[in-house]
Design a protein around this ligand. Structure first.
Ligand code: SF4
Length: 456
């Protein structure tokens, strides 16, 4: 229930397929070191299941798991060194676990991407096993459940059997209705209430500093994207667009009355092109949908601020967006492999819409309405990335959803907060729609655009 789990600093192209798998293999290797397996181990085998198996190459899951094994973490890895680190493993046919224990490693035999097998709990499953010269010593199953969050099989079993030992929050809510009631009863804004809850995890100062750090990484990501030209990696030969649009826009800020559309699109394109290039991004709440929240917030900061306290605007925006994200995480899913793109781009759009409504001075009911409108018009959105790459439709889709978030906020602000479909209903509907969706539309690249695209 902490919003900092929704905004994680990591690398592209995917939170569930790159960030999560890297964390999993790093966690596993740390565990076997602690359990003193290092002296005995002669082989390690990693198997990727479900969506990780079918789209793992395009999402660089294969690279991510290797980086985790050698001790790298998505938050700290130097993205310019990734190629060198991977080439070292390939060229020597060895791997240095946690940069400490060297064993033989064959990418062909020890890293298996299953195309048709899945594990029971979630579509993104990973099994890791270690061996000595005779037999298996130890194995463990993990799942990457979206937004860079990971769980192991034993954690799932534990949470099913133990008494509730969660942190006690000052304002506990499980859905939007309860959140709104708590805000009203205690005369708090959504941002204020979430900030109080975050004190259960860390001091107010630390939460605010973390949110400002997240914003800094978002800004660097946008700047890098605006100043980086060329072709995206992966073989689809998709040209980057942000750089060229930025060259056209930057000198004529006020001339074109529709230029605001271009600016919002531009910020989103910049982030998602960085993501597709495997560079540093913030999950918001996932990597595939990482452009929407920064795009809307950049537009606010660069064009709409007048006398407001800039840091407060940033913190309140992220707190409000985070509150909405928590509702989806708790009551539905933020994983494209689980519920399709409505769970990634749809959720980010809903978070950004609510936060934009908050910035525009909306009441808590209008904020809830904005978040609801944004998701209502993303229902059914499938996940069908061409070639398993987070490029088409993902990059452009973030730009479209950023504009949709602004539109949803404006529509909500023009109403009085009373509306037919509640945010809770739309979250429930999104989850059910995701469950009803055929697997080929859930990050497998076996349906939709992924199969109807014909190379020219
Ligand atoms: S289509 Fe949506 S859910 Fe699928 S990879 Fe792209 S952004 Fe993520």
């Amino acid at each position: 229930m902490t919003i900092l789990n929704l905004f994680k600093i990591g690398i592209g192209p995917s939170s569930s397929h790159t960030v999560g798998p890297m964390i999993i293999t790093k966690n596993f290797t740390t565990l076997i070191k602690e359990q003193n397996y290092f002296p005995k181990i002669t082989r390690i085998k990693i198997e990727l299941f479900g969506s990780l198996g079918s789209t793992g190459i395009g999402h660089q899951s294969d690279i991510a798991v290797l980086l985790g094994l050698i001790g790298e973490h998505p938050k700290t890895i130097d993205t310019n060194k990734i190629e060198e680190l991977i080439n070292d493993i390939k060229n020597t046919s060895t791997i240095k676990l946690l940069n400490e224990k060297t064993i033989k490693f064959s990418i062909k035999n020890d890293l298996i991407l299953h195309q048709r097998k899945s594990l029971p709990f979630h579509p993104n499953g990973i099994k890791i096993a270690i061996y000595d010269s005779k037999e298996e010593l130890f194995s463990k199953i993990y799942y990457s459940i979206g937004g860079g969050e990971v769980v192991s099989d034993d954690e799932i079993n534990k949470s099913n059997t133990l008494e509730n030992d969660e942190i006690v929050l000052p304002y506990n809510f499980s859905n939007a209705k309860e959140l709104l009631n708590l805000c009203q009863e205690n005369k708090l804004t959504i941002a204020q209430l979430i900030l109080e809850n975050e004190k259960a995890y860390r001091s107010e100062k630390e939460t605010k500093e973390s949110l400002l750090d997240i914003w800094k990484v978002m800004q660097t990501c946008v700047n890098n994207g605006l100043n980086s030209d060329g072709i995206l990696p992966g073989g689809l030969n998709v040209p980057k667009r942000a750089y060229k649009i930025y060259q056209k826009l930057k000198d004529k800020r006020t001339i074109d009355p529709l230029a605001f559309v271009d600016w919002i699109n531009l910020y989103a394109l910049a982030v998602n092109e960085e993501n597709a290039s495997g560079k540093r991004v913030v999950t918001a709440p996932t990597n595939g949908a990482a452009g929407i929240i920064p795009a809307v917030l950049h537009y606010i900061i660069d064009f709409l601020l007048s006398k407001e306290d800039k840091e407060k605007v940033i913190i309140d925006f992220l707190l409000t967006a985070g509150a909405i994200g928590l509702l989806y995480q708790r009551n539905a899913s933020i994983s494209g492999a689980d519920v399709g793109c409505q769970g990634e781009v749809g959720v980010a759009c809903s978070m950004a819409a609510g936060a934009m409504a908050e910035f525009l001075g909306g009441t808590i009911k209008q904020i809830e309405n904005a978040a609801e409108i944004a998701m209502e018009h993303n229902l059914g959105l499938t996940c069908d990335p061409i070639g398993g790459l987070v490029q088409i439709p993902c990059i452009e889709r973030n730009a479209m959803a950023s504009m949709k978030a602004v539109n949803a906020a404006r529509m909500a602000l023009n109403g009085n907060g009373i509306h037919y479909v509640s945010l809770d209903s739309v979250i429930k509907t999104m989850y059910q729609t995701g469950k009803d969706m055929q697997n080929k539309y859930k990050e497998t690249s076996k349906g939709g655009l992924a199969v109807h695209y014909v190379e020219c």
